[in-house]
Design a protein around this ligand. Structure first.
Ligand code: AKG
Length: 289
């Protein structure tokens, strides 16, 4: 067992558009901005109870910390529950149940009036403002986003730790082919360097987030998340515009994902085991002298 080499993410209270673009967006470096939400109604209002009061009878799909096995779809929830009851659970017990990607526009558009798209040099895709919820035992496995956005990730009413790795670190991370995650049995909070030796070369960036903090995650950055208590987050995304990255996004969304789903449906666990073996072989080749 070991600990990743990490540096803390740079933190700023506020930043101008020009400085953000020059110092973070162009060089594709993460930054945590503590003051970006201070003038939003959301800064005062967005507590779990506020969302709970608006939940009505909505039923939400929930995920836990277990990776999907065999022919199970990664998108298949482990449970469904009334949003009201789920938030009650978050407020009272350290559960691992999570909501992944709850589209504000579709599910609770009244929340749109509580925030603004920051004028910071990112061209946000306004169709997909998404909320994520988690409890004191929730972990989000290590992945990067399939559509390769530059995203601004905000956290509310709780604390969480985000571990980031730049795309340059991919060679040490046991990326599973035809997917956007690494080997899911790797515990990113307590990595086993004996079993996965390449991980010891990886250098990460650690962000500790509190209510109202905004974390800029550049395109293709790996992230794994640990909720320290019940809370929720919002991600606003700017889709890639550079031709190479745009083409990679299309490949991921239209080809890779469908190919992987299809193969998994027919081969089940055999496909997962094959990909994992390949992930180990390829990664260890990168660190063999
Ligand atoms: O905070 C979460 O629960 C997951 C967020 C995430 O993975 C994302 O915004 O890409």
């Amino acid at each position: 067992m070991g600990q990743f080499k990490t540096t803390p993410v740079p933190r700023v209270a506020n930043i101008s558009k020009k400085d953000f673009v020059e110092n973070f967006y162009k060089p594709q470096l993460p930054v945590l901005i503590t003051g970006l939400t201070k003038d939003w109604p959301a800064f005062e209002k967005w507590k779990l109870s506020y969302v709970q009061d608006r939940a009505g009878d909505q039923i939400v799909p929930l995920y836990n910390n277990e990776p999907a096995k065999d022919k199970e779809s990664v998108y298949a929830p482990v449970k469904e529950m009334k949003l009201y009851d789920y938030i009650e659970l978050l407020k009272t017990k350290p559960t691992d149940l999570r909501i992944f990607f709850y589209n504000i526009l579709k599910e609770m558009p009244e929340l749109l009036k509580d925030f603004e798209y920051p004028d910071i040099g990112l061209k946000f895709f306004k169709q997909l403002p998404a909320l994520f919820f988690g409890g004191g035992e929730s972990k989000v496995f290590m992945h990067y986003d399939i559509d390769l956005p530059d995203s601004m990730h905000f956290h509310f009413d709780g604390d969480k730790v985000v571990n980031l790795f730049s795309p340059a670190q991919t060679k040490y991370l046991y990326r599973v082919p035809f997917s956007i995650h690494n080997i899911e049995s790797i515990d990113m909070d307590n990595p086993d360097f004996d079993k996965y030796p390449a991980l010891q070369y990886a250098e990460g960036i650690r962000a500790e987030m509190k209510h109202g903090d905004a974390l800029y995650m550049p395109s293709g950055y790996w992230h794994s998340i640990r909720y320290l208590n019940g809370g929720f987050s919002m991600t606003l995304r700017a889709l890639p515009r550079k031709p190479g990255r745009f083409a990679n996004m299309l490949y991921n969304v239209l080809i890779m994902r469908n190919f992987d789903n299809f193969t998994r449906k027919y081969w089940g666990q055999k496909w997962l085991d094959y990909k994992e073996e390949l992930a180990i072989k390829r990664t260890e080749r990168n660190v063999t002298p």
